[in-house]
Write a protein that binds this ligand. Structure first.
Ligand SMILES: *Cc1c(COP(=O)(O)O)cnc(C)c1O
Length: 358
């Protein structure tokens, strides 16, 4: 059986060798004659996995001193609330850039607990662009951005100028896809299942000195300080999700790290967007300068041809390119583990499609 060309938006493609090692550990982990699923999270074998996963994130992103790396549960959706609890002061306010469905959900959580300032929004044009040239109030407790908008297919290319306001980023769908200067951020968080591993764990890169200053009573499971003090073992961590994430981080390191994957991700995005722009039967849904290198969204210029296009890509063993219901059309997710050759297969189908119909 040949593997499908997997463009799923999340959970999404993982490297073949990672899946192989992950499956072996289910039956016999570290030659213990035990499954990784049936050992204590406080065993030395699992603590080594946790330490390695944290060390790999630090190494791959050159995380500076003064930051902690955590692997927690609850998804990025719990992250929206964790942000408010740990950074929004009583009677303070959080500033948000509204660039899509995930930003909106982050804003909704914040509004339940305090004041929100939306500094700019692209909702007026169904989130087809990234707002620019806005002001961030200097008295905001933090400024929250979504670096890649998974559903709408836009991505922040430049960091906003935010003075002394702490910067918080939901990087769920472009984490480890490109170089990032961690020192620019006070908190980065990302659900693993888009670009780092399976569903079940969320990575946090936390600047330590900012914690403990809100005056709020924080539920223990949302308190980043507790998780740092307990080294992500305050309660039972999602051991298998962390293990598979560790394998994926190791795969990235072994192949050349973030600089290596950033180059390939650019090649994949260029290949697909060039075809979308050149092919008269397709058009992109977002403004060019804000296009995402992770999720390419596009539509047919002639809807009557939908059934035929759908047949053609399915016959080429392509899966996962149906667009999100808020955008329609198609979305090809180009995460780290997707090879350039899969993008070439999709582009070849698009070329054959126009040849047939023109
Ligand atoms: C998928 C996604 C989320 C939600 O992640 P969960 O782990 O399902 O909570 C949040 N933000 C972005 C940018 C996403 O792509």
């Amino acid at each position: 059986m040949s593997k499908a060309h997997n463009f799923n938006p999340g959970p999404s493609i993982l490297p073949e060798e990672v899946l192989k090692k992950a499956s072996e550990a289910i039956l016999n982990f570290n030659n213990l004659n035990l499954s990784i699923l049936e050992i204590s999270h406080r065993s030395k074998d699992f603590i080594a996995v946790m330490d390695k996963a944290q060390a790999l994130v630090k190494e791959l992103l050159n995380v500076p001193d003064g930051y902690s790396v955590l692997f927690l549960q609850g998804g990025a959706s719990t992250g929206f609330l964790t942000v408010v609890m740990n950074y929004m002061k009583e009677n303070g306010h959080g500033a948000y850039l509204n660039t899509g469905a995930w930003s909106k959900k982050a804003i909704k959580e914040a509004k339940n607990y305090g004041k929100v300032t939306i500094v700019a929004s692209s909702e007026d044009k169904n989130f087809t662009y990234i707002p620019k040239g806005y002001n961030i109030p200097s008295d905001a407790d933090y400024f929250h951005i979504t670096t890649n908008n998974t559903i709408f297919g836009t991505q922040l290319k430049d960091l906003p100028k935010r003075g002394n306001v702490p910067l918080i980023a939901d990087m769920s769908s472009d984490f480890l896809s490109r170089k990032v200067n961690v020192a620019d951020y006070d908190l980065i968080y990302a659900g693993a299942q888009k670009n780092m591993g399976p569903a079940g764990t969320t990575v946090y890169i936390v600047k330590n000195e900012l914690l403990g200053k809100t005056g709020r009573t924080i539920p223990s499971m949302l308190d980043l300080k507790i998780h740092i003090d307990k080294e992500s073992m305050y309660n039972t961590p999602p051991v298998y999700a962390i293990y598979v994430s560790m394998l994926t981080l190791q795969w990235l390191k072994d192949n050349g790290g973030v600089a290596w994957i950033e180059k390939i991700n650019q090649q994949k995005a260029d290949l697909l967007y060039n075809e979308i722009d050149a092919n008269p039967l397709f058009k992109g849904t977002t403004v060019k300068e804000d296009r995402s290198n992770m999720n390419a969204t596009f539509v047919l210029t002639n809807d009557a041809l939908k059934e035929d296009f759908d047949k053609m890509w399915a016959a080429a063993n392509i899966v996962g390119i149906k667009g999100h219901r808020d955008v329609g059309g198609y979305r090809a997710s180009l995460y780290n583990a997707l090879p350039l050759s899969s993008v070439q297969v999709l582009v070849d189908v698009m070329k054959a499609f126009v040849k047939k119909h023109n």
